[in-house]
Design a protein around this ligand. Structure first.
Ligand code: APR
Length: 390
């Protein structure tokens, strides 16, 4: 009987599995998709400083972060006017790493399997049982039906997973928020920007990030329900990007992916029920502003790995505190992400809110304490237990 069954092999599940493995905790990972899907899924792209420290402390940074460039400036163009923010310097040299999520996942998969980890792909019909006594999970795969008993279950199976849905509804309080903003995102064979770039102005938000040495990911704000930008001809997309990024000479390229994402936030409280503990998107969804989705998943996994290890050695204090510790960080990041969203997006063309956003933006370049607070959030420093800047 394994100590822990981890449901889901995304950033949360794989970080947890690796950290448990290093603590000699016996775990089994159940993953619905096949390995190639898990390794190819493109999502986040920045591991914040706090997340990098988690892998450093676990002795995993060598394998997992090899070659990942260190984060430097962020360029914010306000109505075409460039402003460079050296967030790592403002955060006391605490820089994040530019690492595509699929590369991080691929490497975490490799280290777990290289360490003899038991990861089962292509599982179906996962069900969780007896979560308040001795948990067990049933599932099917190509070889038939299976049942596993364990001491604890880690629900790392994302927003649409089975874990959160296994908690009785009256045991959970959920919070949802629709930001009323949509992002049209395209992947293009176009040269990456010198620095991660955001365009802010009356025409709406735009962004340009690197996705490898010859590819770029672009974002354009759109009004959900009023239009579907995926129908735009590519020359309209490029014209919008050049206009909102204030760069008439922006080189184009072949657009290889077109997606829309509507900005919503979600939090489920508590992140635990009996011997089930939720981590990552299974417990919370945050907008991409500030790039905290993957970082929250990894930070939850770090807390849960330590708490489960202690509980298996007889001290369950950290496990009882798990949900509160992770929810404090989750709400801290939710507030930061909303603050950032309001600063860089056109909020329904409302002139008063646009002036508020401009004041918020100007403060970053006129008030050192405000800039440091922003940089600390980008670094994830404020997530550190006992963090105090003053
Ligand atoms: N049984 C087994 N596995 C499941 C099930 C299930 N019923 N449902 C979902 N899964 C798997 C998914 O196939 C996926 O591999 O759980 C994994 C969940 O991974 P993520 O959705 O990536 O969630 P998480 O690990 O919390 O990472 C969150 O990834 O989704 C992005 O933007 C998000 O960057 C954030 C990060």
């Amino acid at each position: 009987m394994p100590d822990v069954v981890v449901v889901g092999a995304g950033p949360a599940g794989l970080t947890l599995a690796n950290l448990l493995q290093r603590n000699a905790v016996d775990c089994v990972v159940l993953e619905a998709r096949d390995r190639s899907h898990v390794e190819e899924r493109q999502r986040a792209g920045v591991l914040d400083h706090y997340g990098g420290q988690i892998f450093e402390r676990a002795g995993l940074a060598g394998e997992v972060l090899a070659g990942a460039p260190v984060e430097t400036f962020l360029e914010l163009r306000y109505e075409g006017e460039p402003h460079l923010l050296d967030a790592p310097a403002l955060a006391g040299g605490r820089a994040g790493r530019i690492v595509p999520q699929q590369l991080l996942v691929r490497r975490l998969l490799g280290t777990f399997l290289a360490g003899g980890g038991d990861l089962r792909f292509g599982v179906r019909d996962v069900a969780l049982h007896d979560l308040t006594s001795t948990p067990s999970l049933t599932y099917t795969d190509a070889s038939g039906s299976h049942r596993i008993e364990c001491a604890y279950v880690a629900g790392c199976d994302g927003f649409h997973g089975v874990s959160r849905r296994s908690i009785p509804a009256d045991e959970l309080t959920t919070y949802t928020f629709d930001h009323g903003i949509g992002w049209y995102t395209v992947l293009a064979d176009a040269p990456p920007p010198r620095y991660p770039l955001m365009g802010i102005g009356a025409k709406g938000f735009a962004a340009h990030f690197a996705r490898g040495p010859k590819a770029s990911r672009f974002y354009l704000q759109y009004r959900p329900g009023a239009e579907d930008p995926r129908a735009w001809p590519d020359d309209v997309t490029w014209a919008e990007l050049r206009d909102r990024l204030g760069d008439p000479g922006l080189p184009g390229g072949v657009i290889t992916e077109r997606e829309i994402v509507e900005m919503r936030s979600f939090v489920a409280e508590p992140m635990a029920y009996g011997r089930l503990f939720l981590a990552g998107d299974a417990a919370h969804i945050i907008t991409p502003m500030g790039a905290k989705g993957m970082n929250l998943a990894i930070a939850d996994a770090d807390v849960l790995a330590g708490a489960l290890t202690s509980a298996l050695r007889g001290d369950d204090a950290a496990l009882r505190a798990y949900s509160d510790v992770c929810l404090r960080r989750t709400w801290d990041y939710q507030e930061f992400s909303r603050w950032f969203t309001e600063m860089v997006h056109d909020m329904d063309g409302d002139p008063f809110r646009r002036r508020l956003a401009k004041a918020r933006f100007d403060r970053l370049f006129t008030n050192k304490a405000a800039a440091v607070a922003f940089a600390d959030m980008m670094a994830g420093v404020s997530a550190a237990p006992g963090y105090r800047r003053h």
